[in-house]
Design a protein around this ligand. Structure first.
Ligand code: ASP
Ligand code: MG
Length: 440
């Protein structure tokens, strides 16, 4: 069985939905199709939730009406038969009536999750109706019946496996299943989600749960590129990456794949392919456990919105346990650390979630002098066996000679060098590294 996940742009226009239909009906292998919401929908739903939470019902209503009109138009272009059109209108009606009811009741966090779930519910129901209209045999698999997270918002893979296998076992003859990305139930049995961009995560969790042959992530770009094509002049897709390399790139800003989606595939050794709906014949990027080819730097990615924290203390000198105390503070506030560098009297580290920065700073103040720099960017340089390649570090540093570096992390793993720069230098750093490290 294989998993094919389609992102918002791949289902965002009626004609694209037809392309998706073609793609999911080509092979012989049984397939689970995971869909995101139509492009723009989740952002619109966030906007509706924001308006409701601010108590601005008329703005919320305006936003609901706008989205409703978009779906009516979409539906009128998607279906050809009266029957399908009626079914489509019924689906839209049902979900927008639900949103309208929210204008009348008091808002809370659980409701905001319900709002966000509407996008994937709509896209999958409309797509499933299209398949029915075209007389393509398929089964609708509601994600809320099997996808769940625990009280720490972590997916419960064994439970997911058990429930999903039981559901699939009901349809041994069926070849095509349609399900929602992103949405799930939480430990209170409320509707919840796997965070923004989480449909990739759904696909890889399903892949891991049923030991799929492959997880295909279909988007609007032909694979993971060696650098950010939105920023840098010349970039090219990378044919093959290891899970570790892909994880670094995804985490550090290659927007094509949700970073959390790597671990389930890696743990259960399921290949992941990044493919382009608009150009299905392109090779894309294949991510597997072992990548044989050698060769230095493969790709760069950058993540901004980074905050650097420096803790300077003479008490650190010759002391043990200092790092533990510092890390305990971050653990207490469930804030993950990305980069770390140390000297004998200071430690610098970076975080991207600053929701508890004030509390963290207050506690760190007890250990020494704390300095905080906002608006930094991590540039992550990824490759195979970077350290065994002669001259790679020189090439990296040479390319960055004009740019002030706040931190450098080298040796943490075999396939990564990271540098921290002021975000104002991010684009320049990516462009200079592109010119210094790749031949075009
Ligand atoms: N629709 C959700 C979002 O926009 C999930 C996804 O597309 O992956 O974040
Ligand atoms: Mg995405």
């Amino acid at each position: 069985m294989k998993i094919m996940k389609f992102g918002g742009t791949s289902v965002g226009k009626p004609e694209r939905m037809y392309q998706v239909k073609d793609l999911v009906t080509t092979g012989d292998e049984p397939t689970i199709v995971v869909l995101s919401a139509l492009s723009g929908t989740t952002n619109a739903l966030v906007g509706i939730g924001d308006a409701l939470s601010a108590g601005d019902k008329s703005l919320a209503k305006h936003r609901i009406d706008e989205l409703h009109a978009h779906y009516k138009q979409f539906c009128s272009e998607l279906f050809r038969s009266d029957m399908a059109m009626k079914e489509g209108e019924k689906i839209i009606q049902e979900h927008f009536e639900f949103l309208a009811i929210l204008l009348k009741i008091s808002f809370n966090d659980a409701i905001s999750k319900d709002i966000l779930a509407q996008g994937e519910l709509l896209s999958t129901k409309l797509f499933y109706t299209l398949l029915q209209e075209l007389q393509i045999d398929a089964v609708f698999l509601p994600a809320l019946d099997y996808m769940s997270i625990d009280e720490y918002s972590e997916p419960e893979l064994p439970k997911i496996r058990e429930k999903l296998s039981a559901l699939l076992a009901k349809y041994p003859e069926k070849k095509l299943f349609v399900t929602q990305g992103y949405i799930c139930k939480n430990h209170r049995n409320e509707v919840d989600n796997l965070k923004r961009g989480g449909s990739d995560y759904t696909a890889s969790l399903i892949g891991a749960a049923i030991s799929a042959s492959v997880v295909e992530i279909w988007t609007d770009i032909d694979g993971m590129h060696n650098n950010d094509p939105r920023i840098v002049d010349k970039t090219r897709p990378i044919a093959h990456l290891s899970f570790d390399e892909a994880a670094e790139l995804a985490y550090f800003g290659a927007k094509i794949l949700h970073p959390a989606s790597i671990w389930p595939a890696q743990q259960f050794n399921i290949p992941v392919k990044l493919l382009n709906t608009m150009q299905p014949e392109a090779l894309g990027t294949t991510i597997t456990a072992n990548v044989q080819e050698r060769g230095g730097v493969k790709a760069l990615a950058a993540k901004d919105g980074i905050t650097a924290i420096k803790i300077k203390s003479s008490r650190m000198l010759l002391a043990y346990g200092f790092l533990r105390k510092v890390f305990d503070v971050f653990e207490k506030y469930r804030t993950s650390i990305d980069m770390i560098t140390t000297s004998e009297v200071a430690i610098s580290l970076t975080i991207d979630d600053i929701s508890h920065l004030e509390e963290i700073k207050l506690e760190l103040d007890k250990f020494g002098t704390v300095e905080i720099d906002h608006n930094m960017a991590i540039i992550c340089i990824v490759g195979n066996l970077i350290m065994e390649q002669q001259g790679v570090l020189q090439d990296i540093m040479g390319s960055l000679s004009e740019i002030p570096l706040r931190m450098v992390s080298y040796g943490g793993s075999k396939h990564n060098v990271s540098v921290l720069v002021d975000a104002a230098y991010k684009n320049q750093a990516l462009q200079s590294l592109n010119e210094g490290l790749f031949d075009f």
